[in-house]
Design a binder for this molecule. Structure first.
Ligand code: GLU
Length: 499
């Protein structure tokens, strides 16, 4: 049997370091066994998926040095590798399950489902779908369809007993069937949900081992059931531990930059980041901390994966990156790394429109553009962030609200950044010209600098947020209690106009 693994990112945001970590482990496992690693795009969420995100994910994984034998960009014998192009396959498989009696058409309206949820919650807890449409006869189904009622396809799930799953790292996992909902497989628009598409594709693409994040354990009973309904052999499951913040909470962009693009902009070398991700939940048998992708693949063994929550720690990453910069590069390779990082035509080109009208000699550029070549810490002081118009508490609140709004922003463009910050100023009752200066300082380190929103667009969402976060820290930060109160106030203020 040829080992075949895959990474299956959903293109709904910036390329996440967690995706790279999962990809790396799948890559090493496949290579170690002389197998193949492939890439599939899971864009079943039509609203949140974008082509830009897909391109950024692929580019980031390539930047790290990972490659795949099959994928939407390189093709392959099991394509298409983008789920949005495989709708007919999923619809046919949903039909097959209905025909075999393992799934059924459900005509329940949103309103009915809301009522069920409410009644169950009042009676002690949500139990999931109530099974109302399971018993519909063929003629009842035909009549409803003829009347134009919308339907979805749901899978049947036992209501009693316990599902036993085999996980390569965790042994047998037991989950009671009454904890598993009768999952919708096909939505009323005819498109699949993650569960159906994932199982069908893993089977059709010949995947033998599924290495994925532990957040998917609760979905595994549905998947196991689907494999048995189809009569297919299930790939071996291996749920890897999630990356964590230093405080052990799940790695999230609220606490730490999570985008690969951030680390690229920071000047972390791709081979150092990949090496660091390799140290998450795994270690070389000889304890060596600096290792290449090839040597990791050569020595990789799943049984050496440890389940304790691996901490993604920026200081440790910096330490490792420093070792690469000092020990692994000769002067020519170092110079090449600097060009690849920021002294390259593409990055310079994105900065030029912001400075061209302000210079009389090219040597002005050093001072004018320094903030495009720095990390999150601009060495600010509280005095530098002080405002003439706002009290220090108002400055902290402005930066905090602005940061939370920027965290929720989906399209990172000067115009959308401008819009959301202006809106925040308005919600706080500040004039834009009083509200913006602390952001200028936080982003560029000086009140007289390149245009704020365009600068933020160029340095990217994670570095922009990290700088605002750093400015907040310089001002003493926001206490947990204060954060809770302000977040509630912000939520209320955002809802207000609609009420
Ligand atoms: N699309 C899922 C994700 O974004 C893949 C989960 C899986 O590997 O089954 O993580």
């Amino acid at each position: 049997m040829t080992v075949r693994t895959r990474v299956a990112p959903s293109p709904t945001g910036d390329p996440h370091v967690g995706t790279a970590y999962i990809a790396l482990f799948n890559y090493c496992f496949a290579k170690h066994h002389g197998g193949e690693f492939i890439l599939r795009i899971e864009d079943t969420d039509q609203v949140r998926s974008t082509r830009e995100s897909e391109e950024a994910i692929l580019a980031s994984l390539r930047w790290l040095g990972l490659s795949w034998a099959e994928g939407p960009d390189v093709g392959g014998p099991h394509g298409p590798y983008r789920q949005s192009e495989r709708s007919a396959i999923y619809a046919a498989h949903a039909e097959e399950l209905i025909a075999k009696g393992h799934a059924f058409k459900c005509f329940c309206t949103e309103e009915h489902l809301r009522g069920v949820r409410k009644a169950q919650e009042e009676a002690g807890g949500y139990q999931g779908y109530d099974g109302r449409c399971i018993g519909l006869s063929a003629s009842e189904v035909a009549a409803k369809e003829a009347a134009g009622e919308a339907w979805v396809v749901r899978m049947k799930v036992p209501r009693e007993g316990v599902c036993q799953l085999q996980d390569r790292l965790r042994g047998v996992i037991e989950i009671a069937w009454d904890q598993v909902d009768m999952q919708v497989l096909l939505k009323s628009d005819g498109l699949p949900t993650y569960h159906l598409a994932n199982v069908v594709d893993d089977h059709l693409m010949g995947i033998t081992h599924v290495l994925r994040g532990e957040e998917w354990i609760s979905s595994a009973p549905k998947h196991q059931l689907l494999y048995s309904y189809f009569g297919w052999e299930m790939p071996e499951l291996c749920h890897l531990p999630l990356l964590r913040n230093p405080d052990k909470s799940k790695l999230s962009k609220r606490k730490n930059p999570t985008s690969i693009l951030y680390y690229e902009r920071m000047g972390v070398l791709p081979q150092a980041l990949l090496n660091y991700l390799g140290m998450m939940a795994w270690s070389m048998p000889d304890g060596e901390e600096v290792f290449s992708l090839e040597s990791m693949a050569e020595r990789f063994e799943l049984d050496r994966v440890s389940l304790g929550g691996p901490v993604f720690d920026l200081d440790k990453l910096r330490w490792l990156n420093g070792r690469y910069l000092r020990e692994q590069l000769d002067a020519d390779a170092f110079a090449a790394a600097v060009s690849a990082w920021a002294l390259n035509p593409a990055y310079l080109r994105s900065i030029i429109p912001l400075v061209q009208q302000r210079v009389t000699a090219l040597s002005d550029l050093g001072e004018l553009t320094a903030h495009f070549f720095k990390g999150a810490d601009l060495k600010l002081t509280p005095e530098a962030l002080a405002s003439k118009k706002l009290t220090s508490e108002q400055v902290v609140q402005a930066l905090a609200w602005g940061l939370w709004q920027l965290e929720a922003l989906r399209t990172w463009e000067a115009s959308s950044i401008s819009e959301v910050l202006r809106q925040t100023a308005e919600l706080l009752g500040h004039k834009t010209r009083d509200f913006m200066p602390p952001f200028f300082i936080a982003i560029s380190g000086s009140a007289v600098s390149t245009p704020l929103f365009e600068t933020m667009e160029v340095i990217g969402p994670d570095l922009s947020r990290a700088r605002v976060r750093a400015a907040l820290e310089v001002l003493g930060g926001v206490s947990k209690k204060q954060e809770k109160r302000w977040r509630e106030e912000l939520e209320r203020a955002l809802r207000a106009p609609a009420e």
